[in-house]
Design a protein around this ligand. Sequence first.
Ligand SMILES: C[S@@+](CC[C@H](N)C(=O)[O-])C[C@H]1O[C@@H](n2cnc3c(N)ncnc32)[C@H](O)[C@@H]1O
Length: 228
Amino acid sequence: MSDLLQHQIEYYRARAPEYDEWFYRLGRYDRGAAHTRQWEAEAQIVRDQLHSQAGFDHILELAPGTGIWTEQLVRIGARLTALDASPEMIAINRAKLASDRVDYQLADLFAWQPQRQYDMIFFGFWLSHVPAAKLDAFLRTVQAALKPGGRLFIVDSLEPDLANSRTQTENLAGERQQRVLKDGRRYEIVKIYYGQTELADTLRHHGFDIEVRATENFFLYADGRRAS
Ligand SMILES: C[S@@+](CC[C@H](N)C(=O)[O-])C[C@H]1O[C@@H](n2cnc3c(N)ncnc32)[C@H](O)[C@@H]1O
């Protein structure tokens, strides 16, 4: 397991310069204008939900990557702390945001222990990379890092994004997935697809009053609060 989680970090370190092509449907991820319009429309539904509340003092973003969601979070929070295990991801995020309101910290989320509580916690496309055996401990840590009544927002993949064979994503046994970078390097990582009800039950069990919704094709998202 520790090897797999180390490979997962190495994969994202190597993928950092090409990561945004996935979200913006470019290059290997370009499936035509209609697909991109639909993807963008569904992403906008998630962004609208995220922006439905604002005025947070201090937001914690876990695994922020290149900043696709960080740039949304700075619009609803005064200060952000962003924790990621990849220096390459942090460098791209920092250059993109160019904000002295974001404090970046290099951290392995499987070893991380919060030193304080935040008004909101956000993670995008991270929960699906947490192995099932580590999910309880991870969500307990998230709960401890959030003030009672604080907001939790999660967005993740709804369905396997396997339709485009050029991305060479392949499901392996159990929760493993094989990913191939543009230059052909192969990595095994963890990827778990949650159902809406399953995720809602799991989060409620961990002390969150939360609603889990899905867009038509692509995104699963959860918005709620830590129960007091
Ligand atoms: C799928 S990306 C998500 C990035 C961003 N949240 C987004 O939605 O675009 C996963 C992120 O998790 C980070 N990561 C992987 N393993 C990690 C670990 N053990 N601790 C902290 N971050 C990790 C990667 O560096 C990468 O930035």
